[in-house]
Design a protein around this ligand. Structure first.
Ligand code: FMN
Length: 171
């Protein structure tokens, strides 16, 4: 069983979340490919997919949307998990609707969609982004909740364990 983690990240913080999840799953003996969503033309050969994206102006990044739209039919046949990262601050309330974020997937049924708290480093932002961040008054810092991320990876490993066991029996 091979799991694909497809990630779209503009400033790297969602990619680091994807890397942490990949490491946790590999530690449970799962085979994981971590790839950029924008570089994936086919998901043939994968048995489960996780798609992650940073949130910008209430949407996934274009690469995540494109991946979801173009791979919808294949994704509908696989177990799919989603994660989005965006809300900032020490106790932020996510204001983006998970269903709206995942709209590019159409009616693909997903096992779970987590919205994780993100990271914002003003130094890394372009002029336009810095302006938006200032106008909206978004807090700067790394608010990622690694305990929540590792706990979620653990849940997914447990969910995939029976599938791994049955593929071992068949091989
Ligand atoms: C211009 C801009 C717009 C953003 N819009 C949203 C938003 O609509 N919702 C949200 O939860 N976070 C928003 N964020 C916060 C980012 O999603 C957050 O910084 C995230 O961790 C970035 O992920 P990345 O480093 O993988 O690109 C925004 C950040 C910037 C700079």
């Amino acid at each position: 069983m091979t799991i694909l983690i497809a990630v779209a990240s503009k400033h790297g913080s969602t990619r680091e979340i994807a890397q942490a999840i990949a490491e946790d799953l590999r530690a449970k003996e799962l085979v994981v490919d971590l790839r950029e969503a924008g570089e994936i033309a086919s998901i043939d050969g994968y048995d489960a997919v996780m798609l992650g994206s940073g949130i910008y102006a209430g949407s996934w990044l274009p690469e995540a949307k494109h991946f979801a739209e173009t791979q919808r039919t294949e994704l509908a046949r696989l177990p799919v998990w989603l994660f989005s990262s965006g809300p900032l601050g020490d106790d932020p309330q996510p204001h983006d609707d998970p269903q709206k974020l995942a709209a590019p997937l159409g009616d693909v049924v997903v096992r779970d969609h987590r919205i994780f708290v993100g990271k914002l480093d003003r130094q890394n932002l372009g002029f336009g982004e810095r302006l938006i961040a200032r106008v909206v008054g978004v807090p700067e810092g790394d608010f990622r909740d690694w305990d929540a991320i590792h706990a979620w990876a653990g849940e997914i490993a447990v969910a995939l364990a029976p599938a791994v066991a049955s593929s071992d029996i068949l091989s």
